[in-house]
Design a protein around this ligand. Structure first.
Ligand code: IPE
Ligand code: IPE
Ligand code: MG
Length: 249
């Protein structure tokens, strides 16, 4: 049984993923336009990045925009993309000062070209930083990521022309083979996945990588989230007993 006292040695999650949900409801509750909710959500994202960096978390994946979020109105989509661009530019000095590395998960091909460019530049400019790695899941879908990985995997097989196709498929269709073709194969699987705003679903986030993540659901809307909420989620994680299918110790 999980103990209520966290042992001092309980490890921090190496990789945290956050489904930042509830911007629209926050706006509604505060009699504001949805766009204001996204603006507040961005402020929270900045706060949480700082907090994660201060806590020496190694990887933080933020679900910014899903492959399904294109279904929203052109106005809302345009506003969110504008915010992303602004964030990437405005925060560059902060990343430099704190040695934060920016990375992308998702299909850059489906993004407006100026956003894809800004994102690629932020990733390049921060590439050598050894502090917190912030992975922006933007035009990201777990299924899409797997489909694109399989596409890359198949391309890699096609290069091994000297062997018969069946042999190539049999030898290479392994978990490691597929994993190595994901967007960021060097990043460890998330230990902790948080979803805010009282929804209890994954909404296509880190389907492959989240196989053994610990999940934490918070009722608080994302714009109302604070460093204390992050600490509470981490502390809940530290009380979990992870078994990875191995049974009780
Ligand atoms: C999350 O907030 C932000 C994105 C999905 C881009 P929502 O906009 O989904 O907020 P709710 O769920 O409508 O409250
Ligand atoms: C998930 O939130 C996507 C992001 C937070 C970027 P949604 O608000 O899009 O998810 P659903 O529609 O409630 O499942
Ligand atoms: Mg939502």
């Amino acid at each position: 049984m999980a103990s209520s006292v966290v042992p001092a040695s309980s490890p921090l999650p190496r990789h945290i993923g956050i489904i930042m949900d509830g911007n629209g409801r926050w706006a509604q509750r505060n009699n504001q336009f949805r766009t204001q909710g996204h603006l507040e959500g961005l402020k929270t994202a900045k706060k949480i990045v700082r907090a994660a960096s201060d806590l020496h978390i190694q990887f933080l994946t933020l679900y910014v925009f899903s492959t399904e979020n294109w279904k929203r109105t052109a106005e809302e989509v345009g506003f969110i993309m504008g915010l992303v661009k602004q964030y990437l530019k405005a925060e560059l000095d902060f990343y430099r000062e704190n040695r934060i590395r920016i990375r992308h998960a998702g299909d850059p091909g489906g993004l407006p070209p100026d956003i894809a460019r800004e994102l690629a530049e932020a990733c390049e400019d921060t590439r050598s930083f050894e502090g917190l790695q912030v992975i922006l899941a933007l035009n990201y879908g777990g299924r899409d990521a797997i489909v694109r990985a399989v596409g890359r995997w198949f391309d890699s097989l096609a290069k091994l022309e000297h062997e018969p196709l069946e042999k190539r498929i049999q030898e290479k269709i392994t978990e490691e083979g597929i994993r190595s073709c994901l967007d960021n194969p060097d990043i460890p699987d998330p230990d902790l996945i948080i979803r805010t705003a009282g929804e209890y679903r994954i909404s296509n986030f880190l389907l492959w990588e989240g196989a053994y993540a610990e999940y934490y659901f918070s009722e608080t809307l994302w714009p109302d989230w604070s460093e204390a909420d992050l600490r509470a989620a981490i502390s809940a994680y530290q009380q979990r007993e992870r078994r990875f299918g191995g049974g009780n110790p």
